[in-house]
Design a protein around this ligand. Sequence first.
Ligand SMILES: Cc1cc2nc3c(=O)[nH]c(=O)nc-3n(C[C@H](O)[C@H](O)[C@H](O)COP(=O)(O)OP(=O)(O)OC[C@H]3O[C@@H](n4cnc5c(N)ncnc54)[C@H](O)[C@@H]3O)c2cc1C
Length: 637
Amino acid sequence: MELRARVPDGPIERKWDTHRFEMKLVNPANKRKFTVIVVGTGLAGGSAAASLAELGYNVKCFCFQDSPRRAHSIAAQGGINAAKNYQNDGDSIYRLFYDTVKGGDFRSREANVYRLAQVSVNIIDQCVAQGVPFAREYGGLLANRSFGGAQVSRTFYARGQTGQQLLLGAYQALERQIGKGMVRMYPRTEMLDLVVIDGVARGIVTRNLITGAIESHAADAVILGSGGYGNVYYLSTNARGSNATAIWRAYKRGAAFANPCFTQIHPTCIPKSGEYQSKLTLMSESLRNDGRVWVPLKRGDTRAPDTIPQDERDYFLERAYPSFGNLVPRDVASRAAKRICDEGRGVGPTGLGVYLDFASAIARVGEATIRERYGNLFEMYERITDENPYKVPMRIYPAVHYTMGGLWVDYNLMSTIPGLHVIGEANFSDHGANRLGASALMQGLADGYFIITNTIADYLATRTLAPVDATHPAFRDAEAQVAARTKRFLAARGSRTVDSFHRELGSIMWEYCGMSRSAEGLRTALDRIPKLREEFWRDVNVPGSADTLNQALEKAGRVADFFELAELMCLDALERNESCGGHFREEYQTPDGEARRDDEHFAYVAAWEYAGDGAKPVLHKEPLEFEYVHLAQRSYK
Ligand SMILES: Cc1cc2nc3c(=O)[nH]c(=O)nc-3n(C[C@H](O)[C@H](O)[C@H](O)COP(=O)(O)OP(=O)(O)OC[C@H]3O[C@@H](n4cnc5c(N)ncnc54)[C@H](O)[C@@H]3O)c2cc1C
């Protein structure tokens, strides 16, 4: 396997323009001759499907939900970054680029990140034109707030519902194309395999989740926008349905998986309350614009927060990181909260929590303003905890939130399988070892509206693809494999539910491959996961049949893939003998507990190649070069 990143030559600010000019185009009359499959209708897939159809391609679009607009992206809360510099506070494309490379702890590709920052400004224009109701200043300009890892305000938002409003914009554009017959939409349809013919991606095999029908779809190119895999940990802030199946099956067909261990733990989530909980809830990072994070100075202080005097509180982020204060990046804030709780200064019934307090913001700007900014988040918090955050500080704790790892892609967003493109959270690009807040929506929409629309043309215009349809033996073969696997789940008739296995896998992952990792712990995980996986296949109980809606069956397939992916994540974490961003190896830390990178040995993207069941995957390395943002120990002090 060869990793050719295909980064264009020339100065960084000219690369994308030069590349766009040099890439081949498909003439408008020829576009309708091509069929493109898009898996996913979140911000990445939805925007790509709508834009490709608008350009004239035939698009087949798939999602497992009952409607494209139920994709997980709808849950995104706090905002989307763009280097518009409306605040005149020193922002620029270069600064967004710089912040993102630094925030990612120097483990991303500079050229991709620069392009992302460039395109960010177009995204806002596009979404405003669609009618996305971004918050505005009194004079009419779009408003901004701050997110972690930046000292400027560049985050555009629609209250705490930014993902929902952006997705409605993309969804309207998609529906328009569905109405015109340019997009054929397949809801409640799950991609279960990728079909590769003559080394090139030519289609997918799906299962209709209502009838159970297994079907083949041929195309000239396939795009995966299938989201992230944080649910490997069972408890995460992701939608319950988010899963790794599409990218995992593509990996098993030859697509390299990059940096699988790079997981983001978000500092501000509602703490777990019990063993039978199935979901964690995010409290958006935007709250750290006004909320102050603190714990009691003394260990085991169980007084009510409002009775603890100011001089007996430790505003530990403001104390340790005076330049960025409560808005340090997520990895830094999460580790600081963990350290404080490990010291025995955590709050709440489990001791795994810290306060996020709005009292001083309310005193400064009034409750009405805070309600205007974050009303829906406060309401969500109160419904879940039965505590009123206007009166009592929120309690928060870090939780799994996002996966920076994903399928490896080149500058054109193409995987190591020609014709298979990967966009949004499903790919590894742009965020390195730690994603900055409000940058996922930016990346998903950059990929879908502006990048893939250009690069797919070059792919289609520069090769002659033999005509292929779904009668090709490769499709028959993949269908048979999908059917056999489905049958195997139903035949097991064991004694344990899919969820019970998933929960156990999740707790192994959280314990040994979560917020902090060690070689010893990772070896333990690598010993326990295969044993649990073997038990899963032997003892899982999937009731019902394959020809009706069967959610246990759907979950079984996803959890089986999580088992395999979990092992790869631990292997990747074990091989990376350094700490960087969200990957914190206990053995590699500075005296004050910060991540210690090893640029000499690990400044690369780890891209894993599947080598067959039971065989150790092969590690390939894409070296990372930093020409513009010079390698340095990150400091937010
Ligand atoms: C609670 C929460 C809040 C967040 N807030 C923010 C924020 O404020 N700002 C920000 O920048 N980021 C935020 N994020 C991150 C951001 O929401 C996600 O990274 C982003 O929405 C992912 O978009 P996507 O299009 O890549 O995937 P998704 O939105 O996850 O969409 C995946 C799509 O793929 C489909 N799919 C998946 N697998 C298959 C399959 N096998 N077959 C068929 N279809 C399939 C699904 O049906 C779905 O349509 C937040 C995340 C969470 C969890």
